[in-house]
Design a protein around this ligand. Sequence first.
Ligand SMILES: Nc1ncnc2c1ncn2[C@@H]1O[C@H](COP(=O)(O)OP(=O)(O)OP(=O)(O)O)[C@@H](O)[C@H]1O
Ligand SMILES: [Mg+2]
Length: 187
Amino acid sequence: MEKDLSKRSIFVVDKPKSSIAESFKILRTNVQFALKINDPKSILVTSPGEGEGKTTISSNIAASFAKAGFKTIIVDADLRIPTQHKIFDFPNEIGLSNYLNGECKYHDIIKITQIENLDIITAGLIPPNAAELLSSKKMPELLKLLKETYNIIICDSAPINGSRYSNYISSCRWYFNCSECGHYKKG
Ligand SMILES: Nc1ncnc2c1ncn2[C@@H]1O[C@H](COP(=O)(O)OP(=O)(O)OP(=O)(O)O)[C@@H](O)[C@H]1O
Ligand SMILES: [Mg+2]
């Protein structure tokens, strides 16, 4: 079942002068220097549990890299509860799952967002065999292809703890664990 969240802000775009946008810029700069991004990098945004900020952080850090001039793509690899298509306002009929199960080709799944330098691969329809798809050899092959075009690839993911959806983790060399970043408080 898909999460029913109302439209979320991409703070670095919608509220660029806010303190949270500033925090994401600092985070992006730290990641940039830590990884020395002079060749393409894929980063998996992950955490042990649900609701710890993976989706919020991955969309904002991707937008922040794009705004800084890096050719960026965000990949919604959370085939459990896909959310990125809602944040970036895309339909989700075709995406990562369809590519991995051979239903469509690379160019069918790349979508251009309204943010300059930022493309997206939505999750696609939720498949019954998500774990098998994510751990198939097509996942590292896709990342390799993406590295020919993009400076940075940000992958949103399902939680690691007890998750059968995170088998593809070995495909990404770099991890960002957002479990220590805290939670939003409403109101
Ligand atoms: N626009 C918003 N307003 C209020 N709370 C929000 C908003 N967007 C996200 N949240 C909350 O922020 C927290 C982090 O959400 P997020 O979806 O980024 O986490 P996640 O780690 O991706 O979750 P999941 O494991 O379910 O994929 C959650 O508690 C979520 O309910
Ligand atoms: Mg999420």
